[in-house]
Design a protein around this ligand. Sequence first.
Ligand code: GLA
Length: 496
Amino acid sequence: MKSFIFLYLIAAACARADLTGNWLIATPNGDGTLRRTYLHLKQQGNRITGTIRATLHLYSIDNGTGGPEGFTITAAMPILGSERRVTYRGKLAGDQLQVVEVGAKGIGPEMIARRVPEGEGALPARIQPPPLHPVRDNGLARTPPMGWNSWNKFANHIDDTTVRGIADAMAVNGMRDAGYIYVNIDDTWEGERDAHGNIQPNQKFPDMKRLADYVHSRGLKLGIYSSPGPNTCEGYEGSYGHEEQDARTYAAWGIDYLKYDWCGAFTLYRDSEMQAVYQKMGDALLASGREIVFSLCQYGLVDVWKWGPTVGGNLWRTGGDISDSWESMSRIGFSQNQLAPYARPGHWNDPDMLEIGNGHMTDTEYRTHMTLWSMLAAPLIAGNDVRNMSKSIHDILTNREVIAIDQDKDGHQAKCVWQSGQQEVWSRELAGGDTAVAVFNRAPEDARVTFRWADAGIPRTPSRIRDLWRHTEQKPLGAQFSAAVPGHGVALLRVR
Ligand code: GLA
């Protein structure tokens, strides 16, 4: 009788199951990998505390109420000087949780969370960053890198077939011959690590080495993407704790370019540790023995332009992500003036990839985009579907006279030299003594822009003026220059 009562009490305690535990929501990404979210909950009465680890994000629950019959949890994490929040609602159904995420756009689809052992999905132990030292210059990117990247157009929908198609197109449509050499796969190529910790691509990329061979056979180079954190921005496998191993793998595959994106490192490292963390991969790439361009992507934090070259960086993002709009492109492009002193052969400011041809700006605006990036000696990484673009987009991307400004071997980044309202003149000195002069009209309506050469830092009246979009010579008209410039448009001149 006694033991019967004891068993009854145990059974009753189990039946009163509460939410305390470690719960996993595993959502298939469609490429053999899973997006994993861990709800690590502790219920006391109707109060719920704990953490939520949604791949790269680690949130603390600051408001959790309810119980098995229904609960709501809200959690927050600090990021980029502000706060990111998530809210989940759910209830216990049998031995699983039925959960929905409640976001700004409404309630998401119902998901199932199942109990997993305590400790699963916990952040890995912190690895102390190495002491600082200067990384040897890899000698690459003597002019700003040119190529293509999958993110702006394809985001998560990038695969082997698409990359091959892009390489095929670039090899024959004039892009490769105009200088666009790197074909870069952005986030979501990553699979799981094998038993020895070697990173493997996911199902979208059956054989990275064969893909690299294919891209090389087209006279192009292949780039790849990772993060110094345990996860990438999209929650895929990062290089944390595997830096040297990953660099060796990339070298063995035949990779020529690495974009290394901070995202997943936010949860483990302070901003002040970025330099050391990037240095680790800079060293690893050099040690791999292959020439791999090193692209830092940490959104321009902690004045990266001051230390990017020291960690072996060939280019560094100067701010947040671009989008395909005049507002985004012009805000980023026209705010690079202060960074001019930091650009030089081998080491470039990167205002982000091109949106030319993605459909939400006019051809005039895309011409401004191309001009501004070329004046800034910015990397020209096309971000559109180059297998299928209009003639006008093709002509903007492959204008050799404009590309020659970007690729000028002296590598001086342009500065704003004259401004009147929304009209601006930017100029940069070119090798051999010419000057590139861009006359921008940032206003939406057409304008006539007139300025004196002397006010734009050009002491003598030019003897020759070439219009690089019209491909025509213009007669110098004395001490001043005047042009009708369409709204959001530009006149780009090469003057002697
Ligand atoms: C960040 C980067 C983007 C892109 C995405 C991929 O947002 O800034 O350029 O690489 O990650 O997840």
